[in-house]
Design a binder for this molecule. Structure first.
Ligand code: 5RP
Length: 223
């Protein structure tokens, strides 16, 4: 199967799972990225049976609205029953690297609010140790150089993602060459650096369910 076929397959499985959770006015959190875009397409089928959605990026909100699916501000939405989103890397503990699409801060906020976080990914995202994919870090623009110097002290090589402005008006540093042996601790350490808005490690609040597309079928993992 091609990577897109695997992504479509996990999106369909996530859709079928979400359907089993539906109650009156269920609010669904929707992530960002090419895998999530397949899920958004599936959601169109049940748009009249859900309360609405909250989206982790302006781009996902646009796609949802295009299908006639209501998108709410998180502050005025009711409880978020489930959040479905992709990942750039996952380990077997369902700790993730996210933020390849620069939406990590809103993704982390919705993941924090949601009762359940369902990660959808193809098997290329499963790794033994996190860190081959450069870790995205959202920073306040004036703090970019300061944060970069602090990240060098942690042993990584930060690279400014040129031309990328997040939906929150901030910059992204991608941290290369770190073997992340203790993701929870690194997530906390990076959060302590003044000027960091958010980092793309989802370890303290990892996924609750991973739906992984493989060439031998779609597999579901729990932490
Ligand atoms: C966006 C993300 C995405 O979930 C991640 O980049 C995976 O994207 P894709 O499904 O296109 O591989 O974290 O900020």
């Amino acid at each position: 199967m091609t990577q897109d076929e695997l992504k479509r397959a996990v999106a369909l499985t996530a859709y079928e799972y979400v359907e089993t959770l539906l109650e009156d006015d269920t609010i669904i959190g929707v992530g960002t990225g090419s895998t999530t875009n397949f899920f958004i397409a599936e959601l169109g089928k049940i748009k009249h049976r859900i309360g609405g959605t909250v989206a982790s990026s302006d781009e996902s909100a646009r796609r949802l609205k295009e299908l006639g699916i209501p998108v709410y501000d998180l502050n005025s939405a009711g409880p978020v029953a489930v959040y479905v989103d992709g990942a750039d890397e996952t380990n077997k503990h369902l700790q993730l690297i996210k933020g390849g699409g620069a939406a990590l801060t809103r993704e982390k906020i919705i993941a924090a609010v949601a009762t359940e976080f369902v990660c959808i990914a193809d098997e290329s995202k499963m790794v033994g140790v996190l860190g081959k994919f450069p870790l995205p870090i959202e920073v306040i623009p004036m703090a970019r150089s300061h944060v970069a110097r602090q990240l060098v002290l942690l042993g990584g090589d930060p690279v400014y993602r040129e031309g990328c402005i997040t939906d929150n008006g901030n910059h992204i540093l991608d941290l290369y060459n770190l073997e992340i042996l203790d993701p929870r601790s690194l997530e906390q350490q990076i959060n302590q650096i003044t000027g960091v808005v958010c980092n793309g490690l989802f370890a303290i609040r990892g996924a609750d369910r991973l739906i992984l597309g493989t060439n031998s079928g779609v597999k579901t993992y729990l932490p």
